[in-house]
Design a protein around this ligand. Structure first.
Ligand SMILES: Cc1cc2nc3c(=O)[nH]c(=O)nc-3n(C[C@H](O)[C@H](O)[C@H](O)COP(=O)(O)OP(=O)(O)OC[C@H]3O[C@@H](n4cnc5c(N)ncnc54)[C@H](O)[C@@H]3O)c2cc1C
Ligand code: SF4
Length: 488
């Protein structure tokens, strides 16, 4: 802690944002970074607490007070080295993480927390601009071969870690390009895809092989894969989309949010041409689901020129502030307004969709909702429909953003794995093993729909376990702290 009174004399600041009017005209990132001296001031706000609760909030155990101090001193390369000790991809988390570390920051008790996430992004961007990231290739090769199925953040983190200790890693990805939901779910205005390309190039230069357009279970059987490799790691995501089985679901104009977002990401990268069915221009759009996916649909539809956007959520509106039931340093369920929600559209809570309405040609014209109240039924909360609250809303496009219901059953079957009641791979919480013969799983396919920071954390932890399985021991770093229950 270089500046003893930084937290008293400097106010929190973060990147400036383009005006909402300007930024919905394009799909690029829209932040205007502060200057480096301004970031040094932000680093000075960190109090280097005796017990840094920020550590416990971070699923990666990032060395937050240490890199804040390096930033304060203008030691950007040192800050980058500290950051990369615990996080393979800070340029992703620095842009996309909901920042449980900031909720847990001691300054957050009585003041605005240290701008940890934005500092992380700035450090990562400095590192990229100055070429401080070098390909990390273990100098001693072990001759052991590892197959990783899926190239989302869990698969990428596992691949980088395992390659760094000398194993020969091949990542199999069924999509055309690597990145998982980073590339095909999250829109460019939150994460421009050249950041993923840059990482993949570094990993390739370090010796990781990528086989894209290669679906495991189709192009190669699970048995052949296990025979060809010493260990097989499943990081295949939780790809089963939750459905809304109500009257009229098959109307033309009702689609899964992921089909919509994925198509639009492919359009932006030039992989496909825009289909009119997947374009919101001049349409009245309703997004069902108030999470990250729903918010990304709102931002995308506004950029495509939707005439109106409504966002429905079945849960009640959360409180604006943390409730007494969730005291600091815990992650609070409070109202969060994403940058997309700031851009436009209207949010409605406690609404359940009962049916879709279509015209004689089967084209969507509206949907019917009912208001719900959440009541305890045998200890668990359940929605109760309120009488006389039915309402029909006119719309031309409905996007179903209600989350994911689990991992790919076909893939599980091909590896002879039974899924849990939540339809997830049942690898252990600490050993990530699916069996004793070198089959492992991590990321969303194991823990359920979650966050990038958790996927990276699981990928790293899994790598340690795979290395132990292959070598009998491992020098790979383990997770630091990150033991507060945080966002899923
Ligand atoms: C729209 C959207 C927005 C989100 N926004 C955020 C956000 O802002 N912040 C945040 O922290 N989290 C966000 N998330 C969640 C985050 O993206 C996920 O938690 C994370 O990507 C999970 O990583 P993963 O590696 O486990 O799986 P994924 O990213 O899902 O990657 C799995 C990969 O496995 C591949 N695969 C599957 N089966 C096979 C097979 N048989 N053969 C070969 N490859 C296969 C898939 O094609 C995919 O590329 C968002 C999610 C969505 C859907
Ligand atoms: S809790 Fe906040 S103030 Fe304390 S060390 Fe962490 S970032 Fe700095």
């Amino acid at each position: 802690m270089g500046k003893a009174d930084g937290f008293l004399t400097v106010r929190r600041a973060t990147d400036q944002l383009e005006s909402t009017r300007q930024r919905i005209r394009h799909f690029h990132e829209f932040t205007r970074p502060l200057s480096l001296p301004q970031w040094q001031d932000q680093g000075a706000r960190c109090m280097n607490c005796g017990i840094p609760f920020c550590h416990s909030g971070c699923p990666l155990g990032n060395l937050i007070p240490d890199f804040n101090d390096a930033v304060y001193r203008g030691q950007w390369q040192k800050a980058s080295e500290l950051l990369h000790q615990t996080n393979n991809f800070p340029e992703f988390t620095g842009r996309l993480c909901p920042a449980p570390c900031e909720e847990a920051c001691v300054l957050n008790i009585s003041e605005q927390p240290v701008a940890i996430e934005n500092i992380e992004k700035t450090v990562a961007d400095q590192a990229r601009e100055h070429g401080w990231h070098k390909p990390v290739r273990g100098s001693v090769r072990t001759g052991k071969k590892v197959a990783i199925v899926g190239s989302g953040p869990a698969g990428l983190a596992a691949a980088e870690q395992l390659n760094s200790v000398g194993h020969d890693v091949t990542v199999f990805e069924k999509a055309a390009k690597p990145g998982g939901l980073l590339r095909y779910g999250i829109p460019d205005f939150k994460l421009e895809k050249q950041l993923i390309d840059k990482r993949v190039m570094l990993m390739e230069a370090a010796g990781v092989k990528f086989e894209c357009g290669f679906e495991v279970g189709q192009k190669i059987s699970a048995i052949d894969l296990q025979q060809a490799f010493d260990a097989v790691v499943l990081c295949a995501g939780a790809s089963q989309k939750r459905e809304l089985d109500v009257v009229g679901r098959r109307a033309a104009g009702v689609m899964q949010a992921m089909d919509y977002l994925c198509h639009n990401n492919q359009v932006l990268s030039g992989e496909v041409d825009l289909k009119s069915s997947h374009c919101a221009k001049d349409k009245k759009v309703i997004v069902i689901g108030g999470g990250d996916t729903g918010s990304d649909c709102v931002g995308t539809a506004l950029r495509q020129g939707a005439s109106s956007v409504l966002n429905f959520e079945i849960m009640p509106k959360p409180p604006a502030e943390r409730s007494v039931a969730e005291p600091w340093p815990f992650w609070p369920m409070r109202l969060r307004t994403s940058s997309s929600h700031q851009e436009g559209g209207e949010r409605h809570w406690s609404l359940a969709t009962q049916s879709f309405v279509s015209d004689a040609k089967g084209r969507l014209t509206g949907l019917v909702t009912v208001e719900v109240e959440w009541c305890k039924d045998q200890g668990t909360l359940a929605p109760v429909m309120l009488p006389d609250t039915q309402k029909e809303w006119s719309c031309d496009l409905v996007l179903l953003a209600m989350g994911f219901s689990g991992a790919d059953q076909k893939l599980a079957k091909s590896f002879g794995c039974e899924l849990s009641a939540r339809q997830l791979f049942m690898a252990g919480d600490s050993d990530y093993r699916l069996n004793d013969h070198g089959l492992f799983a991590s990321g969303d396919c194991r823990r359920g729909q979650s966050l990038i920071v958790w996927a990276i954390s699981e990928g790293r932890e899994l790598a340690y376990q795979v290395d132990c399985y292959l070598m009998g021991h491992s020098h790979l770093p383990r997770k630091g702290q990150g033991d507060l229950p945080g966002p899923a």
